[in-house]
Design a protein around this ligand. Structure first.
Ligand code: NAD
Ligand code: ZN
Length: 342
């Protein structure tokens, strides 16, 4: 079968032929129909320090996809061949304290599909049956292929009560924009998103986020003044991993504000801790999706009318994967879908 793999310890990703995986008794085999490129795949492509330290050379990568169940392991009773599915990319150990308490997103032994084990840029993926998410018919293939990052957005945006609150989102990447759309959908008052990339800010506007601020041109405080906000934001969602963005957020929060942090900084980050202490801020780190509460919330948000389609900006055939990675790496895209032609 065709796969995309990290074959050399240098920038790039390569197509190769590999044997179709054999599944174990508790697994399913998923025939992949569409894949989506994640920011993580771009880090792997670029071969940055994180990728060098994490990704084994020779491994097939990728973890955002939709497909159909092709084979079911002998011990799996709740899934059937032909079901349309996506899957949770974090495999958890099942025996640590958090797993046993039902908090699988906090498993200390988490392994990632396409990060620590073979990925889904492949004609077929072997996945533990417990990680499969059966798709409702009214979620399209395109949207199903981006549930993984949408889940990051949902997990972060729903971490704190945003109903009637003023929300600041730093970073208008695909995840930041989807998080902003969720906040509007569930009833936040003012939703302000920032970025430094005009393409991304335009995309946010296409997704219905009116207050998309280029922080190289105007300040968050100017927007707050325009909106008549005199005190500060109630909830912050950090979605850029950028030190100046996070510091700007700390300065714009109201006292008692709550911040959920998803963005991954490239290294240590310096902040003014006095902002945190004297404002009594609460800061929560977010990793992955809650298993599987976030998945049910995602389905419900989409079925409740949240339209994510504008965030998908490019489609390519899997054979044109290089073009897909090039556009992702340029920053001038939303989500990019690679079609397997099945
Ligand atoms: P992305 O890189 O596409 O988006 C980040 C955005 O931040 C970009 O548009 C960039 O222009 C913008 N940015 C850079 N500097 C900024 C600044 N000073 N102010 C405002 N915006 C600024 O990433 P994404 O795919 O949307 O993911 C968002 C973040 O979440 C990334 O850091 C990613 O690594 C991280 N992530 C975390 C998890 C997790 O489980 N914690 C999962 C997926 C992604
Ligand atoms: Zn565990």
């Amino acid at each position: 079968m065709k796969t995309l793999a990290k074959l050399k310890a240098e920038p790039g990703i390569w197509m190769r032929d590999e044997a179709k995986p054999e599944i174990g008794p508790n697994d399913v085999l998923i025939k992949i129909r569409k894949s989506s490129i994640c920011g993580t795949d771009v880090h792997i492509y670029n071969w940055d320090d994180w990728a060098k330290a994490t990704i084994p050379v020779g491994m097939t990568v990728g973890h955002e996809y939709v497909g159909t169940i092709e084979e079911v392991g002998s011990q799996v009773s709740h899934l059937e061949i032909g079901q349309r599915v996506s899957g949770e990319g974090h495999l958890t150990c099942g025996h640590c304290r958090n797993c046993r308490a039902g908090r699988r997103h906090l498993c200390r032994n988490t392994e990632g599909v396409g990060v620590n084990r073979t990925g889904s840029f492949a004609e077929y993926l072997c996945l533990p049956a417990s990680n499969v998410f059966i798709l409702p018919d009214d979620i399209s293939d395109d949207i199903a292929a981006i549930l993984d990052p949408f889940g990051n957005a949902a997990h972060t945006a729903l971490s704190f009560d945003v109903v009637g609150e003023d929300v600041l989102i730093t970073g208008a990447g695909p995840i930041g924009i989807m998080a902003a759309a969720i906040c509007r959908h569930v009833g936040a008052r003012h939703v302000v998103i920032t970025d430094i990339n005009p393409y991304r800010l335009e995309l946010a506007k296409k997704m219905g986020i009116k207050h998309a601020v280029n922080v190289t041109e105007s300040s968050i405080e100017e927007v707050m003044a325009e909106l008549g906000m005199t005190e500060g934001f109630d909830v912050g969602l950090e979605m850029s991993g950028s030190e100046p963005a996070f510091n700007g957020m700390l300065g714009a929060m109201n006292h008692g504000g709550r911040i959920a942090m998803l963005g991954i900084p490239p290294g240590r980050m310096g902040i003014d801790w006095n902002e945190v202490i004297f404002k009594g801020l609460v800061i929560k780190g977010i990793y992955g999706r809650e298993m599987f509460e976030t998945w049910y919330k995602m389905a419900a948000l989409i079925q409740g009318g949240l339209d994510l389609t504008p965030i998908i900006t490019h489609h390519y055939s899997i054979d044109d994967f290089q073009q897909g990675f090039d556009i992702m790496r340029s920053g001038n895209s939303g989500k990019v879908i690679l079609d397997w032609g099945v």
